[in-house]
Design a protein around this ligand. Sequence first.
Ligand SMILES: Nc1nc2c(ncn2[C@@H]2O[C@H](COP(=O)(O)OP(=O)(O)OP(=O)(O)O)[C@@H](O)[C@H]2O)c(=O)[nH]1
Ligand SMILES: [Mg+2]
Length: 430
Amino acid sequence: MNKKERVFLVGVVWGDETTKHFNQSMEELYQLSDTAGCEVINTFSQALNRPNTSTYVGKGKLQEIKHAATSSKVNTLIFNNNLSPSQSRNISDVSGCNVVDRTEIILDIFANHAQTKQAKLQVELAQLEYAYTKLKRKWKHLSRIQGGIGFRGPGETQIEVDRREIRKKTTILKKKIKNIEQVSLTKRNKRKNITSIALVGYTNAGKSTLFNKLTSENRYTADQLFATLDSKTRAIETESKEKLVITDTIGFIRKLPHRLVSSFHSTLLEVLEADLLLHVVDVSYSNLLELMQAVEGVLEEIEVEHKNIFIVFNKTDKMSGNHYLFIKKKLMNKYPDSVFISAKTGEGIDELHEKIEEFVQRYKKVITLEVPADMQNLMSFLHKNAEIIESKYNERTNLQTLKLKISGQLLAGIKKQIEDYKLLKYINKK
Ligand SMILES: Nc1nc2c(ncn2[C@@H]2O[C@H](COP(=O)(O)OP(=O)(O)OP(=O)(O)O)[C@@H](O)[C@H]2O)c(=O)[nH]1
Ligand SMILES: [Mg+2]
């Protein structure tokens, strides 16, 4: 590995943000920088009424940073916020340093972690979209910056091209991504008759660890932000032999720009179409409600209006004593549909399995059956127990086509007949 890039972190606390909250977000920036392979030499914070419109921090603070950077041989500043093109340019002009904002550091990690073709294309798209908004700045800087943090990855070759070229390239990328989406759509269609679960949550919450636990897989997990960039789906079976598919996916983070979220749209399709979401939360994190809100915010952005979400409070092994009991009680009151687990030790996993099983049984699927009209017992059972959405009789075939909504439990009761007589035509997704 190359020598680590020496960096300073810079943040401004302003408005109604509390010091505690600010410190946590700076700590997160530290983790992001660490994950991106930087060595954080020092941190600079400033309290302002609002950030300076031209230099983000105050002029005096920027001078202080400049001198410190010179004496510590630091030439990259990482900001805890997204900067406007002119802010980046001004800060860089005054300090003589390479300026990286929050989104750029995230994109840098994405570029390093992308494994699949789809993830790589999506990162490239996100980088281009972001470069587009920052074009003026990049132009001014390119002569001075050679690679380095915030400028790695497939997007860098495109930075010099003009807006029109970027738009052209973006269109091509979107097309390529669409093609891959088409392939995964076919795969998803094949799985339509199976109840699907997706793991969502803040980055580092333990989604992949839980995925491994539930599927006996060996998916990459790490104490890193954004260890997972591409989604992965596996089939599992519940105790009652009900088949399910479960998907592990990319983590969410605060202050993620809308454009970035939309670049990962195809990864998130699995989330959009899942019947049940398990929202994995690191219960040991002191400000977990805020992280939960950030996740809910992203879910809203991608328009997942899911009613079926269970909260899975993970990492209970890190908690103990009265403090934990107090927190647990509070969370249980607030989120009655939640489970407390440790994906690491396996504590609470049985309870999670039970909850999933209960969901599968309770969950109403919309299916279309073709029932021979003379199977009268089954017909009256369906009329009595299921909600019939559509019913059509075909005289020629003597088949009654029924589109109906039925719970997993009732479906299990007539499963044998359905299979023996091949009655099932489709499982309709919402
Ligand atoms: N103590 C403890 N650590 C855990 C538990 N679950 C996960 N971890 C650790 O938390 C870190 C993150 O776990 P991952 O499973 O990679 O988290 P993730 O949510 O998939 O993270 P991203 O893919 O980066 O979004 C790893 O170091 C895990 O070993 C748990 O139950 N207890
Ligand atoms: Mg992961």
